[in-house]
Design a protein around this ligand. Structure first.
Ligand code: SF4
Length: 504
């Protein structure tokens, strides 16, 4: 299955891609299929059950509101983030739920007893993945539909197939340069003398035009991409525009995070810091009147990453990169590119960013980071519930390191080495969110991850392309380490910091 850059960077809602975005998507899919298959007329009751890590930490991750709004037909890309909690409270207090209301206003209204019909199983798991969900719909005593879904990280959802295995729908679209591993990606680059963003862009065009340019049809004729869904140049322009829109949403998230103060929800009383830190940093820069700021780029990286993850923790609009918990690292690194690495880049990060050089750098960065994310998604895991935080923050750090190395002018080998270093120094990282909230250690961990990504890119670009450990070897090591990791360190809030910090 070819993974698009837009599968890795998805506009969603906080605080968690696997615990908020995925469950909302699964609930929405269940309801829309139900409506399509049998209509809502007969439906009298719907029940959602969350298992494993979703059952343990779903409450702190906003899974309940996500499922309820998903049943009402909301989509994570467009759901009004300010409306989620109030609507959840309303459903609970009135005992009424409106199935698919987002599409068929006013929807099909049914009784909904949240104590009975929205169940978090804290100690039960389903077989395939720690983030399991079962949805059931009845007409009186008759079961109309019962389906099992898994939220496998980054907002991806798969369904349990009849054979007892997850049903992954194969993507029949051939891409120009298929790859699942770092080795395959490198081979395409070297054989075709292309950069990683060029490879990724060619694949995006294939995905949208129905196949690779010049692909031979069974009768031997060369396929014409224009006849398969669009002129490649126009498709490329659309891909660029959509990537720049992703960047706009990332920037908006940073701006909101840098403009809000107060305490984050959830009861841990974690205070937002991005706004104050940014103000301090700007004051310092003003006072230094152009003299070099020894920690300038590092402090900006910290501010940008904190801003995103504070917004995420507050349930705001966030781009998965590749997950919500790790969503601050890539945007922080892209901000760094725009401010410090683009020739004639912005001296003031608050100014409007326009101009071809900046756009080119952002597009190249996101395509490169997306290619690395696609390798993790296809050959490993980006789920903290499956492999610990190394799969979330480790993956994001690896992606950001690759993007930075690309924009710094690294060769394809140096870019892959940057991705390797970015993960290597996150191996073994556990997922132990205090109180089951994506706040401690997640928010600071993103700031540290962004700085590690910069170091990884610098190390790789300073090297001679030789790296003893390859990207594929370190990814395999992450998976093996994740398998050996005890369940309590994999997004259950039953180990590590989560049990050594007294909740206030
Ligand atoms: S500790 Fe890491 S994997 Fe776990 S919720 Fe936080 S960011 Fe995600």
């Amino acid at each position: 299955m070819a993974v698009s850059v837009f599968d890795i960077f998805k506009i969603g809602i906080g605080p968690s891609s696997s615990h908020t975005v995925g469950p909302m998507r699964a609930a929405q899919r269940f309801v829309s299929d139900l409506g399509r298959q049998s209509g809502f007329g007969e439906v009298t009751r719907v029940r959602a059950e969350l298992f494993g890590s979703l059952g343990s930490t779903g409450h702190g991750h906003g899974s309940e509101a996500a499922v309820l709004l998903g049943l009402e037909g909301e989509d994570p890309t467009t759901a009004d983030t300010d409306r989620m909690r109030p609507r959840e409270a309303e459903i609970r207090s009135t005992g009424r739920l409106r199935l698919d209301a987002a599409h068929t206003d006013p929807g099909h209204e049914i009784s909904f007893d949240a104590d009975e019909d929205l169940v978090l199983h804290r100690t039960r798991s389903l077989p395939f993945h720690p983030n399991g969900m079962i949805f059931t719909a009845w007409a009186g005593d008759k079961v109309l539909s019962k389906r099992t879904f898994y939220s496998i990280g980054g907002g991806f959802v798969v369904e349990h197939g009849e054979d007892g295995h997850p049903a992954v729908v194969p993507d029949s679209t051939a891409v120009s340069y298929p790859f699942r591993t770092g080795g395959q990606l490198l081979e395409h680059c070297v054989d075709n003398r292309m950069s990683i963003p060029e490879i990724m862009m060619a694949n995006e065009i294939s995905l949208r035009t129905g196949g690779p340019s010049g692909e031979q049809s069974p009768d031997g004729a060369l396929a014409d991409p224009a006849s398969q869904g669009g002129d490649p140049a126009a498709v490329e322009a659309r891909v660029r525009a959509e990537l720049l829109h992703i960047w706009e949403v990332m920037r908006g998230c940073v701006e909101r995070g840098c403009s809000r103060s107060g305490t984050l929800p959830g009861g841990l009383h974690v205070r937002r810091r991005a706004k104050r830190m940014r103000q301090d940093l700007m004051d310092r820069e003003r006072r230094s009147a152009g003299a070099p700021e020894p920690f300038g780029s590092m402090d900006w990286l910290t501010v940008w990453a904190l801003a995103v993850n504070e917004e995420n923790a507050a349930g705001g609009r966030v781009v998965t990169a590749p997950t919500n918990g790790a969503a601050g690292i890539v945007p922080a690194a892209v901000h760094l590119v725009v401010r410090y690495l683009v020739p004639g880049g912005q001296s003031d990060p608050e100014e409007d960013l326009a101009g071809t050089a900046e756009d080119d750098a952002v597009v190249d960065f996101l395509l490169t980071a997306g290619a690395i994310g696609a390798i993790f998604q296809q050959s490993a895991s980006i789920s903290g519930a499956e492999v610990g935080c190394q799969g979330e923050v480790g993956t994001a750090c690896s992606m950001a390191a690759a993007g930075l190395a690309q924009v710094m002018g690294g060769t394809v080998h140096q870019v892959c080495n940057a991705a390797e270093i970015g993960l290597e120094h996150n191996l073994g990282l556990t997922c132990d969110p205090v109180g089951g909230l994506v706040q401690i250690p997640c928010i600071e961990r993103n700031a540290v991850g962004a700085i590690k990504a910069l170091t990884a890119a610098r190390l790789a670009c300073a090297g001679d392309e030789q790296q003893i450990v390859s990207l594929d070897q370190v990814i395999r090591t992450m998976m093996a380490t994740g398998r050996d990791m005890k369940t309590k360190y994999k997004e259950t809030a039953r180990g590590g910091l989560a049990v050594n910090i007294v909740e206030c």
